[in-house]
Design a protein around this ligand. Sequence first.
Ligand SMILES: C[S@@+](CC[C@H](N)C(=O)[O-])C[C@H]1O[C@@H](n2cnc3c(N)ncnc32)[C@H](O)[C@@H]1O
Length: 283
Amino acid sequence: MKFDIYLNKIFCGDALEILKTLPDEFVDLGITSPPYNKGENKKGWLVKNIKYAGAVDNLPEEEYQRIQVEVLDELYRIIKPGGSFFYNHKLRWERGIMIHPMDWLRKTKWVIRQEIIWDRGIAGNIRGWRFWQVDERIYWLYKPKGNNLIGEELKSKHALLTSIWRLPPETENPHPAPFPIELPTRIIYSLLDDRKGIVIDPYCGSGTTLVAAKLLGHDYIGIDISKEYVLYAEKRLKECEKEKKRVLEELSKHNVKETFRERKEKGKYTGPYAPQKQRGKLF
Ligand SMILES: C[S@@+](CC[C@H](N)C(=O)[O-])C[C@H]1O[C@@H](n2cnc3c(N)ncnc32)[C@H](O)[C@@H]1O
């Protein structure tokens, strides 16, 4: 295939520079968690500040946001119309002022299709200036096909998983900020279902997105600036069968007894906050 030379590889280098070398509109889906530009502010942190092996995470905020917009727009170029990109980030504060990912996401070419709350159930900073921040955000960004800004419907078995994802942070990985493998598995399975596709992660770190893609039968492309993480991700990919059990457990959650249409026809509610007498009828 024409794009084979790019597939099932991890490129070691700067995400923006490498993305610029990739062709237009050949990737189906992307997922990433970029460095968060968390700076050196250590006040109140219970856990050690995240430090990456090959990159500083301390740019002037304006420059950081400008680079993120450029990276996201390059991804828009290489992803097919009708394709999606899932972007994990969080709310940050600098000297009391909130910095929200929407501040720069609205400057990109992407249509913002959904904001998902990732409830990690644990807070790194446990001082009381605010309620403990246990959430991160995952933005589902969509590249329209023609004039259709909405795109295809998810199958019921995927959409039932709701817009709040309760997934604890990863603990069995030496990388300082990895995803739990359930997170990219959920995204890839929901979006591609049984279609084979190409999945990209431009800040792939320990390769979690790539391992999930490989185990689900897709091609992948990874980028990371750290040689150390690239080597670790390559080793993980070779031994990926070890992680299959967790991937299968996530897939088992994508299961409905009744489709949306059937529930609607029977007048059933769709969530846990339904009136008491209706609750037993769910799913
Ligand atoms: C939040 S981590 C991603 C972790 C990944 N999701 C995983 O599960 O392991 C961000 C990654 O971005 C990488 N990085 C930082 N600056 C980069 C750049 N300019 N280009 C490419 N990668 C970069 C870091 O080395 C780090 O591995």
